[in-house]
Design a protein around this ligand. Structure first.
Ligand SMILES: [Zn+2]
Ligand SMILES: [Zn+2]
Length: 261
């Protein structure tokens, strides 16, 4: 089992130590764990610092080792239309095994909170989110895997959290998936939607379509910010992806490793 999306206290919104999370990962039966702390940039600058200090990152993880558990060091970078150079710069902070690309802001607003949702139907909110995602995956080159494609479905201000139905946004989703395929990027199955909107982010249908379009790289992440969430639903996720692809991926030194059934 693998969990390639975990936040420790190095992230602005994390509290637990790398060591405690790694011990929790071992206890949960994981073979491999990747820390993916946030490097996010609030476009209006009103939300405080959403990045981490490289010194704290290195102090937290370098030298961390748990027998029987492979520990990788990654980050979750907040993709925006205008921060390609920022990503290049952040990649020079230290060597990373894995870079998740995420979209958390649309039209300068954090989609997690009510302001983004004001005056929008659920359909509109989903559509704008996916449009922004398409723009970002077209612009960016330097990440490995797109995180939580249907993140919008679980946000706290959502009036009725739901897994974004593929059929409601079929053409737009296909364009995103095609772009990922073309650029050799992967798609994450984020398990945090299970308790928040009743399904994986995104759901199986998206992965079947990704496969049909030629997608090859797929990873699993719990998006845990606490020890008790590490590895959550990762077994179910692995079964699902192995059914569709015959393997799941982890990363080392920015290169995918394919783990067959
Ligand atoms: Zn995220
Ligand atoms: Zn995350």
């Amino acid at each position: 089992m693998f969990d390639f999306h975990v936040h420790s206290r190095v992230s602005f919104d994390g509290t637990d130590t790398g060591k405690d999370l790694a011990l929790a990962a071992k206890a949960a039966g994981l073979r491999e764990l990747c820390f993916t702390d946030h490097l996010d940039y609030d476009p209006l600058g009103t939300m405080g610092d959403l990045t981490f200090s490289t010194e704290r990152y290195n102090a937290e993880y370098d030298g961390l080792s748990i027998p029987g558990l492979t520990i990788r060091r990654g980050m979750e970078f907040g993709l925006a239309r205008d921060n390609r150079d920022q990503l290049k710069q952040d990649l020079r902070r230290r060597p990373f095994d894995f870079v998740l690309g995420s979209i958390h802001f649309v039209d300068n607003l954090d989609v997690y909170f009510p302001e983004y949702w004001q005056g929008k139907t659920v359909f509109d909110a989903e559509r704008r989110y996916l449009e922004e995602t398409l723009a970002c995956v077209q612009i960016h080159e330097d990440y490995d895997v797109l995180a939580h494609l249907t993140y919008i479905g679980k946000t706290s201000a959502h009036p009725a959290p739901r897994c974004v139905p593929y059929d409601d946004h079929r053409e737009l989703v296909d364009e995103i998936l095609r772009c990922l395929v073309q650029k050799g990027k992967g798609l994450e199955l984020n398990t945090s939607g299970m308790d928040r909107c009743g399904g994986f982010l995104p759901t199986a249908e998206y992965f079947r379509r990704f496969r049909e379009l030629g997608g090859q790289i797929v990873t699993i992440g719990s998006d845990a910010h606490r020890c008790n969430r590490v590895g959550q639903y990762c077994r179910e996720a692995q079964e699902l992806l192995t059914d569709i692809f015959g393997y799941v991926c982890t990363f080392e030194g920015r290169k995918p490793i394919f783990h067959k059934k």
